[in-house]
Design a protein around this ligand. Structure first.
Ligand code: ADP
Ligand code: ASP
Ligand code: MG
Length: 819
């Protein structure tokens, strides 16, 4: 025996009905079959709407006409295969249901009341109509089914809209159908049963799945098939998470948890009857019957990931009852939940603080007000005595749950879950973990849902992770970064990282696009972009969109931009910067940056501040973190000066060497930043601060590369025109040193005595003498690295390496495994 349940879209039209019959015919070849059908999609909603409108004395004719027309149209479309002998009675049957509906609506209108019993009866008309059509079509195929009336076999009691099945009675009513000589093909409408005395009782919205499961249990079926419109149970609702994928297998427990916490593909009560009798369940796609779908069994293969799936339950309210008077009072929790039970309110999730001073729980939003009233009554005495504070209710919430048998006894799953929520700036109102360790739920704001689901899914399953870049500054470094992103993006995508440039700005223009700006011809797009303060646009974009992993990338050298980092972090952006102005600004700003980053759980990365892409900052941080004491840092920290001094050594006049360095874009936009030593001083300052030194830029002893009496002020053009004046003296100095076997190097150092930068004559055999042509070199003498210091040396000038260093920082923020 196999029970096959077809959902609304699977019986949504003539073509779908034909497919149901095909699938039933094929199954019938193998075994006895019971079909359970839902209403044509949209019809149940229509009926419930009509009942409400009738109760409010609104116009219902159009609604009842739509009920009639929808079914008549399907019947007409099937006329060819039904033949007049079958179509006529079908039309009469459908017309009778339509007139039953009109009668019921009229009654509701007259009484201005739609009792739960009436609504249960009325809302089941859709299933009955669908079954009439299927019955005629099956007969036409020579498969005449036995029609089963659920009101006679699915015996229930309790709430007419959420009835409780009486399994023993159901099994005894099903007995004649169960026996081996029983009918080979049966057809039953889903969604409702009866009280055994003629009254219809509904199993609740989406209840056809439950009807089918009850029938499967009562018939001792070997298999229960849930035919729907997706390829099985997905790792998350595919409408919410496009990355979600169908799960080949899940355990009964996992399916129950997923369904309970909102996976609409299964009614939450479906699994229990099947599990009790060990009946495997298959969830499959009637639009793609060849797809294997999901098998739900008690022997599901262990999953690859600890998390099997995610679910999302909307329309939730959190109720909180708190007060010092609750502490240590036995029976408080019992009274809270007794009050809920008494009011017929089902509690979805419970948490309690260890102080026992507060109990929080979730209910359906629609029941929140009643829940609060019920508690106010139950705790009236305590409230009056001031032992219980106001009972609070927070609406607009949802429950995001991760579910998986593999989570049991696994460390770190909750950590990944909550850190993923933090990544997308999602605050958590309450947390619950089932004692089975099979699910962890977080109560979050419903509006945070889609991005939270997408991001948690990405983190749990390593599916594509979207990284959004907002790039400020498109000079040599920024421009090169965009080129490198464009080149690397396809390779990264193949590894599950979708690197998107969502905004580009320079000092005059800004373009933004959530889906990412296609990078070919970005220059024209930027030029055509709007003006105005780009950083405001970035902040607004991040606040409004709340994207997954948004990173502000600063490739400017602007102080104003550097001052804006804290506000950008507050808006939810991580910051990666090549701009030294932030870390070399006031010490108070340096500290604020780190405090803001930590408070908002944002990352602040700046590896390119010293030595372009050379791993300087990271190395130094690791030395400090692991307890080494750094005694002295010394190095050639300016690729531009190393390049210029290299040329001077070859006999090139200083002014010409500066010109060449500028042409190659090796210098800062204003080369005086390099020549006067300010740029190196900033780097030395940044290194010193990594060592925990509270220093300001003025505290760095600075000797300019230019002679003290040279006037370096005024506009850049004028300065460059004056520069040849120093060529001769500079050349002479270099020449004199050469005779002594020495060369000039511009060296920055951090020692016990303090920070300094300046020209230092070094002997040719000194390691720093070999560093030229744009190279950087740093030596760290420390307690561990002593007497031989740790040395980092390599190319450290120009846009290509700096941009690569920025990109490397960006990729440090990516979780998944990279190429
Ligand atoms: P039916 O009418 O066949 O009962 P439903 O609309 O009740 O279909 O359930 C199927 C829908 O459930 C899918 O179209 C999908 O949008 C939604 N859904 C939610 N969560 C999941 C999930 N985890 N896996 C698959 N589908 C899901
Ligand atoms: N047709 C009913 C509903 O929409 C039952 C079901 O589809 O499962 O709720
Ligand atoms: Mg359903």
């Amino acid at each position: 025996m196999r029970v096959m349940k077809f959902g609304g879209t699977s019986v949504g039209g003539a073509q779908q009905m034909r497919r149901v019959v095909d699938l039933a015919a094929a199954a019938r070849q193998e075994t006895r079959v019971m079909l359970v059908a839902s209403a044509v999609s949209g019809i149940t909603n229509l009926l419930i709407d009509a009942a409400r409108v009738a109760q409010e004395r609104g116009p219902v004719d159009a609604l009842s006409a739509r009920f009639e027309d929808t079914h008549a149209a399907i019947s007409r479309e099937l006329a060819g295969e039904l033949g007049p002998a079958r179509q006529k009675p079908l039309e009469e049957g459908l017309a009778a249901l339509a007139s039953e509906l009109r009668g019921l609506l009229q009654g509701v209108g007259l009484l201005r009341e739609c009792s739960p019993s009436v609504l249960a009866h009325l809302s089941g008309l859709g299933e009955r109509a669908a079954c009439l059509i299927l019955e005629a079509l099956l007969e036409a195929r020579g498969l005449a089914p036995k029609s089963v009336d659920p009101r006679e076999v699915l015996i229930c009691s309790g709430d007419p809209l959420q009835a409780t099945p009486m399994m023993d009675e159901i099994r005894s009513r099903f007995a004649p159908l169960r026996e081996s000589g029983g009918p080979g093909l049966m057809l039953m409408p889903g969604f409702f049963g009866g009280d055994g005395k003629g009254k219809t009782l509904s199993l609740g919205r989406g209840g056809s799945d439950y009807s089918a499961a009850l029938a499967a249990a009562a018939l001792d079926a070997e298999l229960l098939e849930i035919w729907t419109d997706v390829d099985g149970i997905f790792s998350a609702d595919p409408r919410m998470v496009p990355e979600a994928f169908p799960l080949p297998e899940v355990s009964f427990e996992e399916a129950m948890e997923l369904a309970y916490f909102g996976a609409k593909v299964l009614h939450p009560k479906t699994i229990s009857p099947a599990r009790e009798r060990g009946i495997p369940v298959r969830v499959c796609n009637s639009f793609r019957p060849e797809h294997p779908g999901t098998r739900v069994t008690d022997a599901a293969a262990p999953p690859q990931h600890p998390v099997r799936g995610l679910s999302f339950l909307r329309d939730i309210a959190l109720i909180n009852i708190a007060g010092a008077g609750l502490k240590g009072v036995p029976g408080t929790a019992a009274r809270v939940f007794e009050a809920m039970a008494h009011a017929g309110i089902s509690v979805v999730l419970i948490t309690q603080g260890s102080s026992e001073c507060s109990i929080s729980f979730c209910v359906q939003h629609a029941e929140a007000e009643r829940a609060v009233k019920a508690l106010e009554v139950a705790f009236e005495v305590e409230r009056e005595a001031g032992k219980v504070d106001a009972i609070e209710r927070t609406g607009g919430l949802a429950i995001l749950s991760i579910v998986g048998d593999g989570m049991r006894h696994r460390v770190g799953v909750a950590g990944t879950f909550f850190s993923a929520l933090a990544d997308v700036g999602c605050s958590i109102a309450a947390i619950a973990q089932g004692s089975s360790e099979r699910s962890i739920s977080a109560v979050i704001s419903e509006t945070d849902g889609p991005r939270a689901m997408a991001h948690v899914h990405g983190r749990c399953f390593g599916t594509t992770e979207v990284v959004e870049l907002l790039v400020a500054g498109v000079g040599s470094v920024g421009g090169e970064l965009l080129r490198q992103v464009r080149q690397q993006a396809p390779k990264l995508r193949a590894h599950g990282v979708d690197l998107r440039v969502c905004a580009i700005a320079n000092s005059r223009h800004c373009v933004a696009s959530s889906e990412g700006i296609p990078l070919e011809g970005w220059e024209e797009k930027l030029a055509a972009g709007g003006g105005g303060p780009a950083l405001d646009t970035f902040r607004d974009w991040a606040r409004a969109k709340r994207p997954g992993r948004p990173i502000f990338v600063d490739c400017t050298s602007s102080e104003d931009v550097a001052l804006a980092y804290p506000s950008l972090m507050e808006a939810g952006l991580h910051v990666v910067t090549a701009n030294k102005k932030a870390n070399a600004g006031r010490w108070s700003h340096w500290r604020t940056l780190r405090q803001t980053a930590s408070r908002h759980q944002r990352r602040f990365l700046y590896e390119t501040n010293v030595g372009a892409a050379l791993p300087v900052i990271d190395t130094l941080k690791n030395m400090v973190r692991t307890g080494d004491t750094v005694l002295r840092i010394e190095g050639i920290l300016s690729g531009s000066l190393s390049f210029i001094l290299g040329l001077v050594e070859e006999g090139v006049p200083l002014s010409q060497a500066v010109g060449t360095a500028m042409e190659r874009r090796f210098t800062e936009p204003d080369p005086r930043d390099d020549l006067q030593g300010t740029d190196v001083a900033r780097k030395v300052l940044i290194l010193a601060r990594e060592l925990g030194r509270n220093v300001e830029l003025e505290g760095v002893k600075l000797e300019s590369l230019l002679p003290a009496d040279f006037d370096a002020s005024g506009p850049l053009e004028a300065f460059l025109a004056r520069l040849p004046k120093v060529d001769e003296s500079f050349q002479r100095r270099a020449e004199a040193l050469r005779k002594e076997g020495k060369v000039l190097r511009y060296v920055g150092s951090v020692t016990e005595a303090g920070c300094s930068v300046g020209l230092v004559p070094v002997p040719l055999e000194h390691p720093l003498a070999a560093v030229k042509g744009g190279e950087n070199a740093l030596s760290f003498l420390s307690e561990r690295y002593s007497p031989t210091p740790l040395v980092i040396r390599g190319y450290g000038a120009g846009a290509a390496v700096t941009a690569a260093g920025v990109l490397a920082d960006v990729l440090r923020l990516v979780e998944g495994p990279l190429p």
